[in-house]
Write a protein that binds this ligand. Structure first.
Ligand SMILES: *Cc1c(COP(=O)(O)O)cnc(C)c1O
Length: 353
């Protein structure tokens, strides 16, 4: 399928590098493609970024049949443009599509659409330390009907946003609230899909945690509230007595691509990494015994996010003196170095466009 391109006649002014933040500015163009039962995916186009019109009965507003992805483009050291593991994102997109009864999208075609869009707006890729062009593909049902069933029509859209460091202070430890009342997802539910509903479920706890001075919530399993799951937009790792442990993907945790990269890089660097069930009591026990050496989150937005404090049922666990751990720093340097083409990528993670 060919992609029709309509360029903007009114390019926008680009934001200053120090004003970027996360997801506040959008580039001049977007990719759009429609689905109908009769035509399949059709009418692929890159057009000026701008609003859509939807009827109030549009299905996505009522039942949340929508999924999304998140990945980044970087300006390489040699001026070329690099994506990071885009096929992994498109594979995961189709797993999410499958869970939400949304039709599959050709992964090669989707990567090529992203490639063409990013190249058209490549002047928007910021170059400062910690900055990148965030790519947000998303798909949603567009039938105008209130009956509860999968939509028959969909839109697949990709928008681009130049972003700064995820946290204003760059790589610095965050404080995390271990949630013991609300849950995010249960096995058999939609926790393993990258879908809007999981975020809707997370907002209340996030709001409460923020009021208490914590920037993120660590979710426990939805049945016993005993086992650690993830941080809602990040997966979580613990270094306990020299071994790195992360919760095994159990069906209610989102399988992060950064999580996967971290496991490979750690193993490639000689660390022992175990994917298994880990209870919050075990984390607390390790803390008391002085064996909880590092805790960090992993996700596309922040890449690596060292955790300086965990608060569980009123007890504060300060980790590694609230400083960035050795493993967190190594992972951040290695992964961001590969993403920018500054260090050798022996894992084949980067994709030059
Ligand atoms: C996107 C996401 C992550 C992180 O995945 P990456 O592919 O590493 O960006 C973790 N948890 C949830 C719920 C997510 O939506």
């Amino acid at each position: 399928m060919e992609i029709k391109i309509v360029k903007t006649t009114t390019p926008k002014e680009k934001p200053a590098a120090n004003a970027l933040g996360f997801g506040k500015y959008f580039t001049d163009h977007m990719f759009v493609m429609d689905y109908s039962v009769e035509k399949g995916w059709h009418d692929a186009r890159i057009i000026p970024y701008g609003p859509f019109e939807f009827e109030p009965s549009c299905m996505v507003f009522h039942y949340g049949q929508s999924i999304f992805e998140g990945l980044k483009a970087y300006k390489g050291a040699d001026g070329g443009v690099l994506l990071y593991r885009p096929y992994e994102n498109m594979k995961r997109m189709n797993r999410s599509n499958d869970r939400l009864c949304i039709p599959q999208i050709d992964e090669d075609f989707a990567v090529d659409a992203i490639r063409q869009l990013v190249l058209l707006d490549k002047d928007w890729i910021p170059e400062g330390e910690g900055t990148s062009l965030y790519i947000r593909p998303f798909v949603f049902g567009t039938d105008n009907a209130l009956g509860v069933h999968p939509s028959h029509t969909y839109k697949f859209i990709v928008i681009l946003s130049p972003v700064g460091s995820y946290y204003a202070g760059g790589l610095s430890p965050v404080k995390i609230w271990v949630e013991s009342e609300y849950v995010r997802a249960v096995r058999g539910g939609i926790g393993a899909a990258k879908t809007a509903g999981n975020y809707a479920a997370s907002l209340k706890a996030q709001e409460v945690a923020e009021k208490k001075g914590y920037s993120q919530v660590l979710w426990l399993d939805g049945v016993e509230q005993k086992y650690v799951e993830e941080v809602g937009a990040m997966n979580i790792f613990f270094k306990i007595g020299g071994e790195v442990v992360t919760p095994v993907l159990n069906g209610s945790i989102l399988g992060g691509i950064t999580r996967d990269s971290v496991i490979e890089v750690l193993r490639g660097s000689g660390y022992k990494v175990t994917e298994r069930k880990i209870s919050i009591d075990e984390v607390h026990e390790a803390y008391k015994n002085g064996k909880l050496e590092e805790v960090f989150g992993t996700g596309t937005a922040a890449v690596i996010s060292p955790v300086g404090e965990l608060c569980y049922k009123g007890e504060k666990m300060v980790i590694n003196n609230n400083e960035i751990g050795e493993v967190s720093q190594m992972l951040y340097d290695t992964i961001t170095g590969m993403q920018k083409g500054a260090i050798e990528d022996k894992y084949n993670f980067t994709y030059k466009i």
